[in-house]
Design a protein around this ligand. Structure first.
Ligand SMILES: [Zn+2]
Length: 89
């Protein structure tokens, strides 16, 4: 999972690669992205477009019951364990 500044670095890196070789196909672009992601995290993401799922900002808070991330920043319900966040208005 990438923090916002790391995600920005990844996108800037990919844009640089695309501008340097605009005729390369998307598969090649994903190889560049994966290489960069590996340098940051020591792991590679799975083939396909899973790169879009590694951005921390796309998820919500950590569930106090199970420790998993809420599926979106606005989620009030943990899809993993069913915990609800009660919002006091
Ligand atoms: Zn939970």
């Amino acid at each position: 999972m990438l923090e916002t500044d790391e995600w920005t670095q990844l996108i800037e890196f990919c844009e640089l690669q695309k501008s340097a070789a605009p005729n390369q196909n998307q598969r090649r672009w994903l190889v560049f992205a994966n290489d960069f992601y590996c340098r940051l995290t020591g792991e590679s993401f799975q083939p396909g477009n899973y790169i879009w799922l590694v951005r921390r900002d796309s998820y919500g808070r950590v569930c106090p019951d199970c420790g998993k991330l809420y599926r979106t920043p606005r989620a009030r319900y943990c899809a993993e364990c069913g915990h609800n966040i009660h919002v006091i208005a």
